[in-house]
Design a protein around this ligand. Structure first.
Ligand code: ATP
Ligand code: MG
Length: 260
């Protein structure tokens, strides 16, 4: 198990968002959280990345209590693309992406040939090479999102956490990002834990879905096993048909109404 949360409860101040939750992520898995707005998806991702300390329970990264690890050690193994990443607007794309190398350098070290090569690779993978010298603050929403994904990739993580990585992206760039994630998973064994609102993309690209409501897991498992009309009604309060895509064998949801 590469990443695990055992009996964690999460809160902001005194408001409990996640009462008690356990999650186990195997190396090489693509796991996607689905659930309504405010159900705690981003909160859980933050806890898995050590951005948020659990009130109780423990998060383990490669078997180590994440709270006992240095920021640098965590960042060598795990990268996160938050839902709303922040960066100084006067940074260029290549400077932003190069920041992904920081956990791999010692304080006396400057970037070496290998670091430049990884940055070049990350720009290429996310089709942002032509934006390298642009200021991050001047990019379109989709361009900026791809630059952030490039930074996370430049970190060379074993585990990549992505909070709505396809937000702002047009349909072609959405598919490119999903295909990239899928390829990195297959070829490099990258473990991916993400949040997606597009259930059909989640079903298509994930080995396992975790359906959340009010900070509680309603169901988890392979998409073809758990994605049912009943689940969509229970979790999202929508009426939907669930069909099977004959080409991919994946379930496809067709929402047609709201449960009153
Ligand atoms: N920093 C914060 N301080 C206080 N409450 C917060 C904070 N961040 C999130 N919350 C609250 O915690 C709950 C869960 O938020 P979270 O961002 O985890 O939801 P989410 O499932 O990611 O939703 P979305 O799909 O809208 O991104 C929400 O009620 C939200 O208002
Ligand atoms: Mg969120």
């Amino acid at each position: 198990m590469i990443l695990a949360a055992k009996n964690i409860s999460l809160s902001y101040e005194s408001t409990i968002i996640v009462p008690e939750l356990s999650i186990f992520i195997e190396s090489g898995e693509i796991v996607t959280f689905i659930g309504p707005n405010g159900s705690g998806k981003s909160t859980i991702l933050k806890a898995l990345a050590r951005y948020l300390k659990a009130r109780s329970g423990v998060v383990y990264l490669n078997g180590q209590d994440i709270q006992s690890m240095s920021t640098k050690k965590v960042a060598q193994q795990l990268a996160i693309l938050p839902q709303t990443p922040q960066a100084p607007a006067d940074l260029t794309v290549v400077e932003l992406v190069s920041r992904g190398r920081t956990p791999h350098l010692n304080w006396w070290q400057r970037s070496g040939a290998n670091d430049y090569e990884v940055v070049r690779w990350a720009l290429e993978q996310t089709k942002t090479t032509h934006l390298a010298d642009r200021l991050v603050g001047t990019l379109s929403g989709g361009e900026r999102q791809r630059a952030w994904i490039a930074m996370a990739l430049a970190q060379s993580p074993q585990v990549l956490l992505l909070d709505e990585p396809t937000t702002y992206l047009d349909i072609c760039h959405q598919l490119e990002v999903m295909e990239l994630i899928s390829r990195l998973n297959r070829e490099l064994g990258l473990t991916v834990v993400m949040v997606l609102h597009d259930i059909n993309q989640a079903a298509r690209y994930s080995h396992r879905l975790i359906a959340l409501k009010n900070g509680t897991i309603i169901k988890q498992g392979p998409p073809q096993e758990i994605l049912t009309e009943e689940l969509l009604t229970e979790v999202f309060k929508v009426k939907a048909q669930v069909k099977t895509d004959s080409a991919s064998g994946c379930p496809v949801c067709l929402p047609y109404g709201i449960v009153e």
